[in-house]
Design a protein around this ligand. Structure first.
Ligand SMILES: [Zn+2]
Length: 70
């Protein structure tokens, strides 16, 4: 199992944790891929454990949320 963090700094000030197999994540190539590139946010990962993902999410200083896939 791998974990990813999506950091979003435009729509909402948050960092969301996903598992790599999540349909929204797709191992960091998911639904947030768009022509704006990193204008809206960026993926971090993969991380081996939920703890590591959580630490990175916390380190962004944003509101940390877990997607329903976690
Ligand atoms: Zn997800």
């Amino acid at each position: 199992m791998s974990y990813y963090v999506y950091e979003n700094w435009v729509a909402e000030n948050k960092a969301v944790i996903h598992v790599g197999t999540c349909g929204y994540c797709k191992h960091g190539k998911g639904c947030h891929k768009n022509p704006l590139g990193k204008k809206n946010g960026q993926w971090h990962g993969p991380f081996e454990t939920l703890d590591k993902a959580q630490n990175i999410a916390n380190a962004t200083g944003r509101n940390v949320k877990k997607h329903r896939c976690v």
